[in-house]
Design a protein around this ligand. Structure first.
Ligand code: ADP
Ligand code: GN1
Ligand code: MG
Length: 470
């Protein structure tokens, strides 16, 4: 292994040093970056990037970079493997083989899969996804008649009541499925289907106290990492808007499994406490960044008071509306909103704001090159149009008035959360380097500045789109 770089990019080579090309190391897999320049196939072990923060038990990654024809790599059930897609799905011919895992880990995962009511025989369990919080695997079954499954180890340090979380998810998905059936849709493709454990629970708790949950894998779908085109952003807005609209008449109680999740007053309590403790002595080195937070504290609290006073209502919301939490079909239409761990009663502005934070960024969430980062106003406009096409009928005037502000609010909150985790010694988010949370902080702050600079235009666009329904 040569030249281990920042952000998980590494230069690799065969033993002879020829056929070098780039690999992108993620937490659970290795992805070829230069697909036109493949080596003939080799194996490697990577221990360096698997910090305890990244995965809680140590296993090594073995990657076989294959020159096999795509049809040998692709699976029987036409799995679109979600990769770092930039607006367009990878064509099957470019899809790299999924990362393999070692035998011990493999046995553990098979044993856990056996604790769930799966139909069909398990053929393989492999890592999937790039989430910062949970660890995600796909369970592949032997027969094309049986579905594949998503297996997740839920992060019990963050989700301290997994049974209540799973109960929330099932209540919400049952409601969604009824609506989907009512309008002639396919409830198993347009909503998540949770698979219970063999003893009838919605999760399995292993001997180490880790919580696992399973849902059906929705085949033939695409999870984008970026919304590069206004068309995709429009669809994403429609997807989240429809999700909220279908839940607008949901009346069952939801457990508050993440108290204060997007509540800035609560975040300031955490912030003040972390700053007072300065547990790893990083505070002095980030005085400038702390100033960014403090300069906007009052402005953010003023908005939150509207929620506290009930002037902005509480609804069923997703609370993590990044584009990779939506599955699209091959035609680019929204199929299903996934990753429902954070479903809560909260303001729907959180969902709109978080989507704007992730969709409109012209750079990466953790872009080390700040000049890449800005808010793309065309993406903002397209998402807003899609979102309002589904939500205009139920949004109150105050909610509508604060849509643009919510983009700043959630982006600001994310700056605070990344910086707070950095000062706290990186306990919350998985990190790939010691300064990863700081890099994220600076990139998100650059995005916030860009939103502030374009705020008048954002407001104008929201009003223009709303006027279509006046
Ligand atoms: P995390 O909480 O780590 O973000 P997610 O639930 O979003 O985990 O899953 C990670 C990725 O796995 C998603 O972005 C998507 O690509 C894929 N995925 C998750 N659930 C499903 C599903 N039911 N069907 C198909 N793909 C899925
Ligand atoms: C986390 O699980 P993931 O990666 O989709 C986080 C979100 C943050 C996001 C930042 C439960 O989401 O709140 O906005 O990272 N989820 C939780 O990318 O904290
Ligand atoms: Mg996710």
């Amino acid at each position: 292994m040569y030249n281990v770089g920042v952000n998980g990019f590494s230069w690799s080579s065969t033993a002879s040093g020829s056929n070098a090309h780039y690999l992108d190391f993620n937490y659970a897999r290795i992805v070829l970056q230069n697909l036109n320049n493949r080596a003939n196939g080799f194996q490697l072990r990577c221990l360096q990037h698997l910090s305890t923060n990244a995965l809680f038990f140590p296993f090594f990654i073995r990657a076989r970079i294959s020159t096999a024809p795509a049809d040998r790599i692709l699976e029987k059930k036409s799995i679109f493997i979600p990769q770092k897609q930039h607006g367009r799905p990878l064509e099957p011919a470019e899809t790299p083989e999924l990362t393999r895992i070692d035998n011990r880990m493999n046995q553990t995962l098979h044993a856990i899969a056996a604790r769930f009511q799966l139909s069909g025989e398990v053929q393989a369990v492999r890592p999937l996804g790039e989430g910062f919080i949970n660890d995600t695997f796909i369970i592949e079954t032997a027969s094309a008649q049986d579905p594949n499954y998503i297996l997740q180890r839920k992060n019990r340090h963050i989700f301290t009541n997994v049974p209540a979380m799973m109960d929330n998810i099932v209540r919400v998905t049952n409601h969604l499925k009824n609506k989907i059936v009512g309008r002639g849709g396919d409830p198993r493709r347009e909503a998540l289907t949770v698979t219970p454990s063999v003893d009838g629970k919605l999760y399995y708790r292993d001997d180490e106290g880790e919580y696992w949950a399973v849902c059906e894998f929705i085949a033939d779908t695409i999870a984008y990492q970026r919304a590069d085109t206004p068309e995709l952003a429009y669809q994403g807005g429609k997807g989240i808007g429809r999700f909220q609209a279908m839940l607008a008449d949901f009346r069952e109680p939801l457990a508050d499994i993440l108290p204060g999740f997007h509540n800035i007053r609560y975040r300031f309590e955490q912030w003040d406490s972390v700053l007072a403790q300065d547990p790893v002595g990083r505070k002095a080195s980030v005085a400038t960044e702390i100033g960014w937070i403090e300069a906007r504290r009052e402005e953010m609290l003023r908005f939150w008071e509207l929620v506290e006073r009930g002037e902005i209502p509480t609804r069923v919301t997703h609370n993590d509306t990044k584009i990779n939490n939506i599955l699209f079909d091959r035609a680019g239409n929204v199929l299903c909103v996934i990753d429902l761990d954070t479903v809560l009663s909260a303001t729907c502005l959180n969902d709109y704001g978080d989507a704007m934070r992730s969709y409109t960024n012209t750079g990466l969430e953790d872009d080390p090159k700040l000049e890449n980062v800005s808010m793309d106003i065309d993406i903002f406009k397209a998402y807003t149009a899609g979102y309002l096409s589904e939500t205009h009928a139920f949004l109150t005037p105050t909610e509508a008035e604060y849509l643009a502000f919510s983009a700043k609010y959630i982006t600001y909150e994310q700056v605070l959360r990344f910086l707070m985790d950095y000062i706290d010694g990186d306990h919350y988010y998985k990190v790939k380097s010691t300064d990863h949370n700081l890099v994220r902080t600076r990139a998100q702050y650059r995005l916030l500045e860009s939103m502030e600079a374009q705020y008048d235009e954002m407001q104008r666009i929201v009003h223009e789109e709303l006027a279509r329904y006046a």
